[in-house]
Write a protein that binds this ligand. Structure first.
Ligand code: 5AD
Ligand code: SF4
Length: 450
Protein backbone atom coordinates (compact mmCIF):
# COMPACT_ATOMS: atom_id res chain seq x y z
CA UNK A 1 0.00 0.00 0.00
CA UNK A 2 1.26 3.48 -0.84
CA UNK A 3 2.43 5.79 1.88
CA UNK A 4 2.13 9.52 1.36
CA UNK A 5 3.96 12.72 2.16
CA UNK A 6 2.71 16.26 2.44
CA UNK A 7 5.00 19.30 2.32
CA UNK A 8 3.78 22.71 3.54
CA UNK A 9 6.00 25.42 2.10
CA UNK A 10 6.28 28.99 3.44
CA UNK A 11 8.30 31.92 2.14
CA UNK A 12 10.38 32.62 -0.93
CA UNK A 13 11.14 30.82 -4.19
CA UNK A 14 14.26 29.43 -2.56
CA UNK A 15 12.00 27.52 -0.18
CA UNK A 16 9.72 26.41 -2.99
CA UNK A 17 12.79 24.92 -4.66
CA UNK A 18 14.10 23.43 -1.44
CA UNK A 19 10.75 21.67 -1.07
CA UNK A 20 11.51 20.03 -4.43
CA UNK A 21 14.65 18.64 -2.82
CA UNK A 22 12.67 17.49 0.22
CA UNK A 23 10.20 15.77 -2.14
CA UNK A 24 13.18 14.10 -3.85
CA UNK A 25 14.42 12.69 -0.53
CA UNK A 26 10.94 11.47 0.46
CA UNK A 27 10.38 9.80 -2.90
CA UNK A 28 13.72 8.02 -2.59
CA UNK A 29 12.33 6.58 0.64
CA UNK A 30 9.29 5.30 -1.27
CA UNK A 31 6.72 7.90 -0.21
CA UNK A 32 4.37 9.44 -2.78
CA UNK A 33 2.80 12.87 -2.85
CA UNK A 34 -0.41 12.80 -0.82
CA UNK A 35 -3.55 12.87 -2.98
CA UNK A 36 -6.53 14.92 -1.82
CA UNK A 37 -8.51 13.06 0.85
CA UNK A 38 -5.73 10.64 1.87
CA UNK A 39 -3.83 10.68 5.16
CA UNK A 40 -0.10 11.40 4.93
CA UNK A 41 2.51 9.26 6.73
CA UNK A 42 4.98 12.17 6.74
CA UNK A 43 4.16 15.87 7.12
CA UNK A 44 6.95 18.38 6.50
CA UNK A 45 6.80 22.10 7.30
CA UNK A 46 9.41 23.96 5.25
CA UNK A 47 9.41 27.24 7.15
CA UNK A 48 10.28 30.91 6.68
CA UNK A 49 11.21 33.45 9.35
CA UNK A 50 11.64 36.63 7.31
CA UNK A 51 8.52 38.17 8.84
CA UNK A 52 6.42 37.49 11.89
CA UNK A 53 3.36 36.63 9.74
CA UNK A 54 5.12 33.71 8.00
CA UNK A 55 6.32 32.40 11.34
CA UNK A 56 2.92 32.63 12.99
CA UNK A 57 1.21 30.93 10.08
CA UNK A 58 3.64 28.00 10.22
CA UNK A 59 3.36 27.67 14.01
CA UNK A 60 -0.45 27.68 13.76
CA UNK A 61 -0.39 24.91 11.20
CA UNK A 62 2.18 22.89 13.13
CA UNK A 63 -0.17 23.18 16.12
CA UNK A 64 -2.98 21.64 14.07
CA UNK A 65 -0.96 18.45 13.57
CA UNK A 66 -1.46 17.60 17.24
CA UNK A 67 -4.89 16.25 16.29
CA UNK A 68 -3.37 14.35 13.34
CA UNK A 69 -0.92 12.73 15.71
CA UNK A 70 -3.77 11.70 18.02
CA UNK A 71 -5.56 10.00 15.12
CA UNK A 72 -2.40 8.37 13.81
CA UNK A 73 0.38 8.26 16.43
CA UNK A 74 3.00 7.06 13.94
CA UNK A 75 2.61 9.99 11.52
CA UNK A 76 6.04 11.65 11.24
CA UNK A 77 6.11 15.43 11.67
CA UNK A 78 9.16 17.38 10.53
CA UNK A 79 9.84 21.11 10.82
CA UNK A 80 12.71 22.26 8.62
CA UNK A 81 14.22 25.40 7.09
CA UNK A 82 14.72 28.96 8.29
CA UNK A 83 12.54 29.05 11.40
CA UNK A 84 14.32 26.39 13.46
CA UNK A 85 17.69 27.68 12.27
CA UNK A 86 17.27 30.69 14.58
CA UNK A 87 18.98 30.65 17.94
CA UNK A 88 16.73 28.97 20.50
CA UNK A 89 13.81 28.22 18.16
CA UNK A 90 14.53 24.49 17.66
CA UNK A 91 14.58 24.19 21.46
CA UNK A 92 11.30 26.14 21.77
CA UNK A 93 9.66 23.84 19.21
CA UNK A 94 10.93 20.82 21.17
CA UNK A 95 9.27 22.14 24.32
CA UNK A 96 6.02 23.53 22.96
CA UNK A 97 5.29 20.99 20.23
CA UNK A 98 6.15 17.60 21.77
CA UNK A 99 4.53 15.77 18.87
CA UNK A 100 7.09 17.11 16.35
CA UNK A 101 9.60 14.35 15.59
CA UNK A 102 12.24 16.00 13.41
CA UNK A 103 13.61 19.54 13.44
CA UNK A 104 16.33 20.36 10.90
CA UNK A 105 17.94 23.68 9.91
CA UNK A 106 18.55 25.19 6.49
CA UNK A 107 21.61 23.13 5.60
CA UNK A 108 20.43 19.74 6.91
CA UNK A 109 17.78 18.66 4.40
CA UNK A 110 19.92 15.70 3.28
CA UNK A 111 19.64 14.28 6.81
CA UNK A 112 15.89 13.92 6.45
CA UNK A 113 16.32 10.47 4.90
CA UNK A 114 18.24 8.92 7.80
CA UNK A 115 16.21 10.70 10.44
CA UNK A 116 12.87 9.56 9.02
CA UNK A 117 14.15 5.99 9.05
CA UNK A 118 15.29 6.35 12.66
CA UNK A 119 11.95 7.80 13.75
CA UNK A 120 10.07 4.99 11.99
CA UNK A 121 12.26 2.37 13.63
CA UNK A 122 11.66 3.99 17.01
CA UNK A 123 7.88 3.94 16.47
CA UNK A 124 8.01 0.29 15.36
CA UNK A 125 9.77 -0.91 18.49
CA UNK A 126 8.18 1.52 20.92
CA UNK A 127 7.00 -0.01 24.15
CA UNK A 128 5.03 1.79 26.78
CA UNK A 129 7.56 3.86 28.69
CA UNK A 130 10.19 4.07 25.94
CA UNK A 131 11.47 7.51 25.07
CA UNK A 132 10.58 8.44 21.52
CA UNK A 133 13.43 9.19 19.12
CA UNK A 134 13.49 12.89 18.20
CA UNK A 135 16.13 14.95 16.43
CA UNK A 136 17.05 18.64 16.56
CA UNK A 137 19.91 19.54 14.26
CA UNK A 138 20.82 23.04 13.10
CA UNK A 139 24.48 22.44 12.29
CA UNK A 140 26.05 24.16 9.27
CA UNK A 141 28.17 21.51 7.50
CA UNK A 142 31.34 22.88 5.86
CA UNK A 143 30.93 20.63 2.82
CA UNK A 144 27.35 21.79 2.19
CA UNK A 145 27.89 22.37 -1.55
CA UNK A 146 29.06 18.78 -2.09
CA UNK A 147 26.12 17.45 -0.08
CA UNK A 148 23.72 19.61 -2.07
CA UNK A 149 25.08 18.50 -5.46
CA UNK A 150 24.26 14.91 -4.53
CA UNK A 151 20.73 15.64 -3.33
CA UNK A 152 17.79 14.11 -5.21
CA UNK A 153 15.05 16.38 -6.53
CA UNK A 154 11.46 16.10 -7.68
CA UNK A 155 10.70 19.18 -9.73
CA UNK A 156 7.16 20.47 -9.40
CA UNK A 157 7.16 23.71 -11.44
CA UNK A 158 7.24 22.56 -15.09
CA UNK A 159 7.84 24.34 -17.48
CA UNK A 160 10.01 26.35 -15.10
CA UNK A 161 13.08 24.82 -13.48
CA UNK A 162 14.44 26.55 -10.39
CA UNK A 163 18.22 26.34 -10.19
CA UNK A 164 20.11 27.55 -7.19
CA UNK A 165 23.41 29.23 -8.00
CA UNK A 166 24.40 30.73 -4.64
CA UNK A 167 23.38 29.98 -1.07
CA UNK A 168 23.44 32.33 1.90
CA UNK A 169 23.98 36.06 2.17
CA UNK A 170 26.83 38.27 3.36
CA UNK A 171 24.98 41.58 3.37
CA UNK A 172 23.49 41.90 6.83
CA UNK A 173 20.83 44.48 6.04
CA UNK A 174 19.94 45.60 9.55
CA UNK A 175 16.31 44.39 9.39
CA UNK A 176 17.00 40.98 7.90
CA UNK A 177 17.30 37.58 9.54
CA UNK A 178 18.42 35.74 6.39
CA UNK A 179 22.21 35.96 6.87
CA UNK A 180 21.79 34.50 10.36
CA UNK A 181 19.73 31.52 9.24
CA UNK A 182 21.18 30.82 5.81
CA UNK A 183 24.85 31.40 6.57
CA UNK A 184 27.55 33.02 4.44
CA UNK A 185 27.56 33.05 0.65
CA UNK A 186 28.46 29.79 -1.06
CA UNK A 187 28.52 29.81 -4.87
CA UNK A 188 28.05 26.60 -6.78
CA UNK A 189 30.64 25.59 -9.29
CA UNK A 190 29.71 27.12 -12.69
CA UNK A 191 30.13 23.79 -14.48
CA UNK A 192 27.67 22.12 -12.07
CA UNK A 193 25.18 24.92 -12.71
CA UNK A 194 25.61 24.61 -16.48
CA UNK A 195 25.22 20.82 -16.30
CA UNK A 196 22.00 21.26 -14.37
CA UNK A 197 20.68 23.81 -16.88
CA UNK A 198 21.51 21.41 -19.75
CA UNK A 199 19.82 18.50 -17.98
CA UNK A 200 16.67 20.57 -17.44
CA UNK A 201 16.60 21.67 -21.09
CA UNK A 202 17.08 18.05 -22.21
CA UNK A 203 14.15 17.09 -20.01
CA UNK A 204 11.98 19.68 -21.78
CA UNK A 205 11.95 22.59 -19.30
CA UNK A 206 11.37 25.87 -21.12
CA UNK A 207 12.31 28.38 -18.46
CA UNK A 208 15.27 28.44 -16.12
CA UNK A 209 15.07 30.65 -13.03
CA UNK A 210 18.43 31.12 -11.32
CA UNK A 211 18.07 31.58 -7.59
CA UNK A 212 20.12 33.23 -4.89
CA UNK A 213 19.60 35.70 -2.07
CA UNK A 214 21.89 37.96 -4.07
CA UNK A 215 22.67 36.48 -7.50
CA UNK A 216 24.95 39.43 -8.29
CA UNK A 217 27.55 38.27 -5.80
CA UNK A 218 27.71 34.88 -7.51
CA UNK A 219 31.34 33.80 -7.80
CA UNK A 220 32.77 36.27 -5.25
CA UNK A 221 33.66 33.34 -2.98
CA UNK A 222 35.29 31.30 -5.77
CA UNK A 223 39.08 31.73 -5.86
CA UNK A 224 40.76 33.13 -8.97
CA UNK A 225 38.30 35.95 -9.70
CA UNK A 226 37.29 34.31 -13.00
CA UNK A 227 33.70 33.52 -12.14
CA UNK A 228 30.94 36.10 -11.99
CA UNK A 229 27.22 36.32 -12.63
CA UNK A 230 27.49 38.02 -16.04
CA UNK A 231 29.81 35.27 -17.30
CA UNK A 232 27.46 32.59 -16.01
CA UNK A 233 24.57 34.25 -17.86
CA UNK A 234 26.70 34.39 -21.00
CA UNK A 235 27.44 30.65 -20.85
CA UNK A 236 23.79 29.78 -20.30
CA UNK A 237 22.72 32.05 -23.13
CA UNK A 238 25.01 30.15 -25.54
CA UNK A 239 23.13 26.87 -24.99
CA UNK A 240 20.99 25.66 -27.89
CA UNK A 241 17.23 25.59 -27.91
CA UNK A 242 14.34 27.93 -27.29
CA UNK A 243 14.06 28.73 -23.62
CA UNK A 244 13.83 31.64 -21.22
CA UNK A 245 16.13 32.64 -18.39
CA UNK A 246 15.10 34.65 -15.35
CA UNK A 247 16.90 35.23 -12.08
CA UNK A 248 16.26 36.54 -8.60
CA UNK A 249 17.18 38.39 -6.44
CA UNK A 250 19.45 41.25 -7.52
CA UNK A 251 20.94 43.68 -5.01
CA UNK A 252 21.17 47.28 -6.29
CA UNK A 253 24.64 47.71 -4.79
CA UNK A 254 25.98 44.76 -6.83
CA UNK A 255 24.09 44.88 -10.12
CA UNK A 256 26.71 45.54 -12.81
CA UNK A 257 26.60 47.08 -16.29
CA UNK A 258 28.15 43.81 -17.49
CA UNK A 259 25.01 41.95 -16.33
CA UNK A 260 22.76 44.56 -17.97
CA UNK A 261 24.72 44.21 -21.23
CA UNK A 262 24.35 40.41 -21.14
CA UNK A 263 20.62 40.78 -20.59
CA UNK A 264 20.26 43.26 -23.43
CA UNK A 265 22.32 41.21 -25.89
CA UNK A 266 20.51 37.97 -25.15
CA UNK A 267 17.30 36.68 -26.69
CA UNK A 268 16.93 34.12 -23.91
CA UNK A 269 17.40 36.22 -20.80
CA UNK A 270 14.08 37.90 -20.17
CA UNK A 271 13.71 41.68 -20.05
CA UNK A 272 12.60 41.39 -16.48
CA UNK A 273 14.34 42.22 -13.24
CA UNK A 274 13.45 42.05 -9.58
CA UNK A 275 15.41 44.84 -7.90
CA UNK A 276 14.37 45.43 -4.27
CA UNK A 277 14.52 49.11 -3.38
CA UNK A 278 13.27 48.71 0.24
CA UNK A 279 13.11 52.46 0.94
CA UNK A 280 13.39 55.79 -0.84
CA UNK A 281 15.30 57.96 1.61
CA UNK A 282 19.08 57.93 1.77
CA UNK A 283 18.97 58.12 5.55
CA UNK A 284 16.77 55.02 5.86
CA UNK A 285 18.76 53.17 3.20
CA UNK A 286 21.89 53.88 5.19
CA UNK A 287 20.27 52.80 8.46
CA UNK A 288 19.20 49.63 6.68
CA UNK A 289 22.84 49.07 5.61
CA UNK A 290 21.73 48.76 1.98
CA UNK A 291 24.89 50.52 0.71
CA UNK A 292 23.28 52.42 -2.20
CA UNK A 293 21.58 55.79 -2.50
CA UNK A 294 18.39 56.81 -4.30
CA UNK A 295 20.60 58.40 -6.93
CA UNK A 296 22.46 55.14 -7.54
CA UNK A 297 19.13 53.29 -7.72
CA UNK A 298 17.69 55.75 -10.24
CA UNK A 299 20.94 55.53 -12.22
CA UNK A 300 20.54 51.74 -12.45
CA UNK A 301 16.95 52.09 -13.63
CA UNK A 302 18.01 54.58 -16.31
CA UNK A 303 20.86 52.31 -17.46
CA UNK A 304 18.52 49.30 -17.63
CA UNK A 305 15.88 51.21 -19.62
CA UNK A 306 18.47 52.66 -21.95
CA UNK A 307 19.53 49.11 -22.86
CA UNK A 308 16.07 47.50 -22.64
CA UNK A 309 13.32 50.10 -23.09
CA UNK A 310 10.56 47.57 -22.41
CA UNK A 311 12.08 45.94 -19.35
CA UNK A 312 9.64 45.01 -16.58
CA UNK A 313 11.06 45.97 -13.20
CA UNK A 314 9.57 44.68 -9.96
CA UNK A 315 10.66 45.48 -6.43
CA UNK A 316 10.31 44.88 -2.69
CA UNK A 317 9.43 47.86 -0.49
CA UNK A 318 9.27 48.01 3.26
CA UNK A 319 7.46 50.59 5.36
CA UNK A 320 7.84 51.35 9.04
CA UNK A 321 11.56 50.73 9.44
CA UNK A 322 12.41 52.08 12.94
CA UNK A 323 14.04 55.32 11.74
CA UNK A 324 11.50 56.07 8.98
CA UNK A 325 9.86 59.49 9.45
CA UNK A 326 6.86 60.79 7.54
CA UNK A 327 9.26 62.67 5.26
CA UNK A 328 11.34 59.52 4.64
CA UNK A 329 8.17 57.66 3.74
CA UNK A 330 7.18 60.45 1.32
CA UNK A 331 10.54 59.87 -0.36
CA UNK A 332 9.64 56.20 -0.82
CA UNK A 333 6.39 57.26 -2.50
CA UNK A 334 8.38 59.66 -4.65
CA UNK A 335 10.70 56.86 -5.83
CA UNK A 336 7.69 54.67 -6.66
CA UNK A 337 6.30 57.50 -8.78
CA UNK A 338 9.62 58.10 -10.53
CA UNK A 339 10.49 54.49 -11.28
CA UNK A 340 7.02 53.20 -12.13
CA UNK A 341 7.59 49.55 -11.19
CA UNK A 342 5.45 47.01 -13.02
CA UNK A 343 4.69 45.51 -9.63
CA UNK A 344 5.88 45.81 -6.05
CA UNK A 345 5.85 43.43 -3.09
CA UNK A 346 5.13 45.63 -0.12
CA UNK A 347 5.85 44.74 3.49
CA UNK A 348 5.35 46.18 6.92
CA UNK A 349 8.67 46.08 8.76
CA UNK A 350 8.64 43.25 11.28
CA UNK A 351 11.31 43.21 14.02
CA UNK A 352 13.43 40.04 13.86
CA UNK A 353 15.12 38.89 17.04
CA UNK A 354 18.90 39.31 16.98
CA UNK A 355 18.99 41.84 14.10
CA UNK A 356 20.26 45.41 14.76
CA UNK A 357 16.98 47.09 13.74
CA UNK A 358 14.98 45.04 16.26
CA UNK A 359 16.90 46.78 19.07
CA UNK A 360 15.95 50.28 17.83
CA UNK A 361 12.87 52.18 19.11
CA UNK A 362 9.91 50.98 17.01
CA UNK A 363 7.18 52.84 15.10
CA UNK A 364 3.57 52.24 16.21
CA UNK A 365 1.76 49.62 14.15
CA UNK A 366 -1.07 52.02 13.27
CA UNK A 367 1.45 54.35 11.57
CA UNK A 368 2.97 51.47 9.60
CA UNK A 369 -0.52 50.34 8.60
CA UNK A 370 -1.46 53.78 7.25
CA UNK A 371 1.80 54.03 5.33
CA UNK A 372 1.44 50.65 3.68
CA UNK A 373 -2.12 51.48 2.61
CA UNK A 374 -0.93 54.67 0.90
CA UNK A 375 1.95 52.80 -0.74
CA UNK A 376 -0.28 49.98 -2.00
CA UNK A 377 -2.82 52.45 -3.40
CA UNK A 378 -0.13 54.33 -5.27
CA UNK A 379 1.50 51.19 -6.69
CA UNK A 380 -1.88 49.73 -7.67
CA UNK A 381 -2.74 52.81 -9.67
CA UNK A 382 0.62 52.66 -11.48
CA UNK A 383 0.30 48.92 -12.17
CA UNK A 384 -3.21 49.50 -13.48
CA UNK A 385 -2.07 52.28 -15.82
CA UNK A 386 0.84 50.21 -17.11
CA UNK A 387 -1.47 47.23 -17.70
CA UNK A 388 -3.66 49.31 -20.00
CA UNK A 389 -0.62 49.83 -22.24
CA UNK A 390 -0.63 46.11 -23.14
CA UNK A 391 -4.20 46.03 -24.42
CA UNK A 392 -4.49 45.59 -28.18
CA UNK A 393 -0.98 44.21 -28.72
CA UNK A 394 0.24 40.63 -29.14
CA UNK A 395 2.91 39.13 -26.88
CA UNK A 396 4.81 35.88 -26.80
CA UNK A 397 3.68 34.06 -23.69
CA UNK A 398 5.11 30.89 -22.18
CA UNK A 399 2.08 29.01 -20.93
CA UNK A 400 2.90 27.94 -17.37
CA UNK A 401 -0.24 26.50 -15.85
CA UNK A 402 -3.96 26.00 -15.98
CA UNK A 403 -6.12 28.65 -14.37
CA UNK A 404 -9.82 28.58 -13.49
CA UNK A 405 -12.64 27.46 -15.81
CA UNK A 406 -11.05 26.62 -19.14
CA UNK A 407 -8.36 29.24 -18.77
CA UNK A 408 -4.59 28.90 -18.87
CA UNK A 409 -1.95 31.37 -17.76
CA UNK A 410 1.59 32.32 -18.53
CA UNK A 411 3.97 35.25 -18.63
CA UNK A 412 5.23 37.73 -21.14
CA UNK A 413 8.97 38.19 -21.56
CA UNK A 414 8.81 41.21 -19.22
CA UNK A 415 7.11 39.13 -16.54
CA UNK A 416 3.42 40.08 -16.85
CA UNK A 417 0.86 37.44 -15.96
CA UNK A 418 -1.54 36.72 -18.85
CA UNK A 419 -4.76 34.68 -18.69
CA UNK A 420 -6.30 33.21 -21.84
CA UNK A 421 -8.65 30.44 -22.91
CA UNK A 422 -6.52 27.30 -23.06
CA UNK A 423 -5.97 23.79 -21.80
CA UNK A 424 -3.38 21.27 -20.61
CA UNK A 425 -2.01 20.94 -24.15
CA UNK A 426 -0.80 24.57 -23.95
CA UNK A 427 1.33 24.19 -20.82
CA UNK A 428 5.02 24.45 -21.75
CA UNK A 429 4.33 26.06 -25.13
CA UNK A 430 5.32 29.50 -26.40
CA UNK A 431 2.14 31.09 -27.71
CA UNK A 432 1.21 34.40 -29.26
CA UNK A 433 -1.47 35.97 -27.13
CA UNK A 434 -3.34 39.13 -28.05
CA UNK A 435 -4.29 41.17 -24.99
CA UNK A 436 -7.99 42.15 -24.91
CA UNK A 437 -8.30 43.64 -21.44
CA UNK A 438 -6.54 44.17 -18.15
CA UNK A 439 -7.43 44.12 -14.49
CA UNK A 440 -4.84 45.60 -12.11
CA UNK A 441 -1.74 43.40 -12.52
CA UNK A 442 -3.39 40.71 -14.68
CA UNK A 443 -3.83 40.77 -18.43
CA UNK A 444 -6.51 38.85 -20.32
CA UNK A 445 -6.24 37.79 -23.94
CA UNK A 446 -6.72 35.10 -26.54
CA UNK A 447 -4.34 32.85 -28.45
CA UNK A 448 -3.58 33.91 -31.99
CA UNK A 449 -3.00 31.32 -34.69
CA UNK A 450 0.70 31.14 -35.53
N1 5AD B 1 10.31 42.90 7.94
C1 5AD B 1 9.58 43.09 6.82
N2 5AD B 1 10.00 42.74 5.60
C2 5AD B 1 11.20 42.15 5.51
N3 5AD B 1 11.90 41.72 4.43
C3 5AD B 1 13.07 41.21 4.86
N4 5AD B 1 13.17 41.33 6.20
C4 5AD B 1 12.03 41.92 6.62
C5 5AD B 1 11.54 42.32 7.89
N5 5AD B 1 12.24 42.15 9.00
C6 5AD B 1 11.41 41.86 3.06
C7 5AD B 1 12.39 42.63 2.21
C8 5AD B 1 12.97 41.57 1.32
C9 5AD B 1 11.81 40.62 1.18
C10 5AD B 1 12.14 39.26 0.73
O1 5AD B 1 11.26 40.58 2.48
O2 5AD B 1 11.68 43.58 1.46
O3 5AD B 1 13.40 42.06 0.08
FE1 SF4 C 1 18.38 39.98 3.67
FE2 SF4 C 1 19.74 42.05 2.68
FE3 SF4 C 1 20.68 39.54 2.34
FE4 SF4 C 1 18.49 40.34 1.02
S1 SF4 C 1 20.57 41.18 0.78
S2 SF4 C 1 18.77 38.39 2.12
S3 SF4 C 1 17.50 41.70 2.49
S4 SF4 C 1 20.47 40.63 4.29
Amino acid sequence: MSEYYKINTYGCQMNVHESEKIAGVLEELGFEECPEGEAPAVIVFNTCCVRDTAERRALGNIGVTKAEKKRNPSVIIAVVGCMPQQEGVAEAIKEKYPYVDIVLGTRNIDKLKDEIQKVRASYARKRKNDKRYRVFDRSMPEDYLAIDEASPMTRTSYPNAWINIIYGCNNFCTYCIVPYVRGRELSRDPSSVLDEVKRCLDEGYKEITLLGQNVNSYGNDIAGGEVNFAKLLHEIDKLDGKFRVRFMTSHPKDLTYEVMDEMAASSKICSNLHLPIQAGSDKVLSDMNRRYTRERYLGLIAALRERMPKIGITTDIMVGFPTETEDDFEQTLDMVKQVRFSNAFTFIYSPRRGTPAAAMPQIPYSVKQKRIERLINLQNSITKELSLGYVGSTYEVLCEDLAKEGMACGRTDDGRLVNFAGGAEDVGKFLNVKIDSSKSASLFGHKEEI
